[in-house]
Every structure is written in structure tokens, then in C-alpha cells.
Design a protein around this ligand. Structure first.
Ligand SMILES: [Zn+2]
Length: 393
């Protein structure tokens, strides 16, 4: 539409204002959503732009473009609902200079959209100013990189000092000013119970069954109850039990930094090798002793199917390749073929194990076996029994 104002011909723009704020923008008052809104409304009024719509991404980082209001604004621009976009500065649009630049230099002109970044005096209708935009975009990206690094190093410092940085404390614990304390409700008791039963040799699936029969809430339901949200009705599973038994947090060791973002721009994470994680021993009050923890872990991990076939099942590995050893026809066979199946018998190994533990391995319960023997290594050269007697007794 063309209207006349003061004798001049002027295009009447359909203006959309775009507001964005996230923690990577720092805490300055002037960057707040409300102050962006006031600034843009005043600017629109001064210049006679009619605001038809406001788009607001509160809590969305400028390093990504997967923001709901931003996407809505582009689709409105494509369908012609708006033809002028106002932002406070270029960094509101984004902090990734290549993609921000491509919106400003390609996308907006292609779709006949005028774009103004008020505080950067940037206007696609004003060619001279446009030349500075690429530099401004590079600076915006450097700023995002720097803030992201600062947030990360503050987080690492906390992890290093043994502060719990997660949003939710592990099941059975509560968080008070960055430290974990055993919860006084049923969760900590349930954790204790799980470890006690697991240390007797009961499988994770059986433990889950028992917990469900006793009507104990699963970790997920328990968290919802604490937060006063409706319970999703998730039951205990073998997996949930194993996850608890394997978590060293319950014997007082806090392990953090297990994953890391692939880049400051990305939302995907990759796993961090165990030796690079932040490990804090005796970090908080344990719920179970270290012995119970390691016994329960040994028992929950041992291969039950192999145990059904031989008392040695799950204990023996190959000295050449580390592979699993089975005993078809009473002879030790490596799954990778290192042992030819005629050198060492199951009896040979049992005989040596009995000597090492000074007892009858065959007649022991699984819990007793696990407490006595760590691992048994066999190779063409012989049999090596690593007994755990000292560790547990
Ligand atoms: Zn082998």
C-alpha cells in the first residue's frame, strides 16, 4: 500500500518485531525481553511502521536457528504477512555468522523483506551500512563462543570440587547447595534394599518384580511425586535396578562430565572416556558400603546363562584374546579359537580354583563364588586364578 505523508510517497510496511534472549546473552538489563520490546515499539512509532506481530524466543540461544518464534516469523514472511523485520541488534537474529549472514544477504532480499537491526544502525534498505554487517556477525559469534567457554569452565570447576551440577539428584538422594544427602523418605531405604538383595545373588529382573509387588514407586514416579506432578505409572524394570546398582554415587563416589557437547553451537553430546570424567571419591554420605557395592555389581554382571551350564560359567576368560570361555564336552574352548579344546578341561580349572580358595567351588552359591574368585584366565600356558579372598574377608 502506498500512502502520502508530508507530501512524500511512503511504503506502509507490515512490521514484525523479533525478540530473543538466552543465558548466553549475559545478564545485562538492557538486553532483557521487555527492554527489547520497548526499544522496538518506540523505533516503529518514530518511523511510522505498523507492528502487525511480535515474535519472541525467550530462553533460546543465538547459536542455533531451531527456535519456534523465529521459524514462525520466517513462514509469515514467506506468506507475505510481514515484510519488515525489526530487531534490537544483529545478535538477536543469531550468533552464527555464516547463517546470520546468509539470512541477511540472501534470504531477506530474495523474499523482499526489509530488515533493520536498530542498535547496529543496520538496514537492508541502506546499502552503505550493510557492508559492516559481516564483521558485526563475526564478533557476535566470537562473543557466543566466549560465553559458552565461560559457562563451561565454571561448570567444570564445580564438578572438580565435587559439587553436584545435575538438575535432579539421583534416586535416594536430595540436593542441598550443591551437595548430595541421603533422602529421608522411602527412596534411600529402597536403594539399600536393592543392594542387599543383589548382593545375595538375586537377578535384576527378580528384584524389579519384588519392588513392584511391594508397591514401591519407580524412580521416575517417585520424582513426579516429589515434584507434585501426576504419576506416569512407570514400573520398576531390570534395567532400572541395574542402573542403580552400577551407579557409584551410592557408595559415595560422584562421577560427572560423562558427556560433552560436540561444539558450542550444537545440541548433541558425545560420551567422554572414563579417565577424563570428574571423579570425586568420598564426596558425600554413602547409602551402601564399598564392599556391598562391589559385590552387588559383580553379581549383577555375571553371565547367568553360562552359570547354568557350568559353575565356572562367567568367571573364565581367554589369556590370549580376552574372549569368553565355554566348556562343551568338558573342555575349555575360546570363542575365538585360541584354545583348541583338547588342552585344558573344566576339571583341571575347578581343581586349581578349589586349591586357590581352599574350598569346594562347585558346592558354593553364586554369591559365595563371586566373593571368592575375581577371574580365571586360561591359556595354552596354564591356568591363573585371581582370587578375591583378601578383598572381601
Ligand atoms: Zn581367545
Amino acid at each position: 500500500m502506498i500512502i502520502t505523508k508530508g507530501g512524500e510517497l511512503m511504503k506502509q510496511y507490515k512490521t514484525g518485531i523479533y525478540l530473543r534472549l538466552s543465558k548466553d546473552d549475559g545478564n545485562s538489563e538492557s538486553s532483557g525481553i521487555e527492554s527489547q520490546r520497548i526499544l522496538l515499539r518506540e523505533y516503529a512509532e518514530e518511523h511510522g511502521f505498523e507492528i502487525v506481530k511480535e515474535y519472541c524466543d525467550d530462553g533460546y540461544s543465538g547459536t542455533g536457528f531451531d527456535r519456534p518464534a523465529f521459524k514462525k516469523m520466517l513462514s509469515d514472511a514467506e506468506s507475505g504477512k510481514i515484510d519488515l523485520i525489526l530487531v534490537k541488534d544483529l545478535s538477536r537474529l543469531g550468533r552464527d555468522y555464516i547463517r546470520t549472514g546468509s539470512y541477511i544477504e540472501e534470504y531477506f532480499p530474495q523474499h523482499d523483506i526489509r530488515f533493520i537491526a536498530v542498535n547496529d544502525s543496520y538496514d537492508t534498505e541502506n546499502a552503505e551500512m550493510s557492508e559492516l554487517a559481516p564483521f558485526k556477525n563475526v564478533i557476535n559469534e566470537m562473543y557466543a563462543r566466549d560465553i559458552s567457554r565461560k559457562i563451561r569452565s565454571a561448570l567444570y570447576a564445580k564438578m572438580r570440587s565435587g559439587k553436584f551440577v545435575g538438575n535432579f539428584p539421583p534416586y535416594g538422594y536430595k540436593k542441598e547447595s550443591g551437595k548430595l544427602y541421603p533422602d529421608n523418605d522411602e527412596a534411600a531405604d529402597t536403594v539399600k534394599r536393592i543392594f542387599e538383595i543383589a548382593a545375595k545373588g538375586v537377578t535384576a529382573d527378580k528384584i524389579a518384580e519384588q519392588l513392584n509387588l511391594s508397591g514401591i514407586l519407580s524412580p521416575l514416579d517417585h520424582r513426579c511425586k516429589i515434584q507434585g506432578r501426576p504419576l506416569p505409572g512407570i514400573k520398576w524394570t531390570g534395567g532400572a535396578v541395574r542402573k542403580i546398582v552400577r551407579n557409584p554415587v551410592y557408595c559415595g563416589t560422584l562421577v560427572q562430565g560423562k558427556t560433552r557437547k560436540t561444539s558450542f553451537r550444537s545440541r548433541t553430546s558425545k560420551s567422554v572416556p572414563p579417565e577424563q570424567r570428574f571423579v570425586c571419591k568420598n564426596c558425600h554420605q554413602p547409602i551402601v558400603s564399598e564392599n556391598t557395592f562391589s559385590l552387588a555389581n559383580r553379581l549383577i554382571s555375571i553371565d547367568r546363562n553360562s552359570q547354568k551350564k557350568s559353575p565356572l560359567g562367567g568367571f573364565v576368560r581367554c589369556g590370549e584374546c580376552g574372549g569368553k570361555i565355554t566348556f562343551p564336552k568338558g573342555f575349555a574352548v575360546c570363542r575365538n579359537g585360541c584354545l583348541d579344546g583338547s588342552a585344558i578341561t573344566e576339571e583341571d580349572i575347578l581343581c586349581q580354583v578349589d586349591k586357590a580358595v581352599n574350598g569346594n567351588f562347585r558346592e558354593m552359591t553364586l554369591a559365595e563364588r563371586v566373593q571368592k574368585v575375581g577371574e580365571i584366565v586360561v591359556s595354552q600356558k596354564g591356568i591363573e586364578v585371581k582370587a578375591l579372598i583378601d578383598k572381601f574377608l
